[in-house]
Design a protein. Structure first.
Length: 62
C-alpha cells in the first residue's frame, strides 16, 4: 500500500514537471561547489599564492 502511494506521488511529480526541477536543483548545487573551487583557484593564482604548476595540478583534479 505504501509503495503504491510513493509511486503515485512520483508519477504526479513527473507529470507536473516538479520532479525534473527537484533533480535540477540537486545538480546545480553540485556544479556550484565545483565552480566555486575553480574560482578560488583562479583568485589564488592571480594573487600569486600558488604557482602555475600547482594551479594546473589542482585544476586537473577538479
Amino acid at each position: 500500500m505504501c509503495l503504491i502511494l510513493i509511486l503515485a506521488i512520483g508519477f504526479y511529480l513527473y507529470k507536473t514537471g516538479d520532479l525534473q526541477r527537484m533533480i535540477n536543483n540537486l545538480n546545480e548545487s553540485k556544479n556550484y561547489q565545483a565552480n566555486e573551487a575553480k574560482r578560488i583557484l583562479d583568485i589564488r593564482l592571480a594573487k600569486g599564492e600558488i604557482t602555475e604548476e600547482e594551479y594546473n595540478k589542482l585544476k586537473s583534479i577538479l
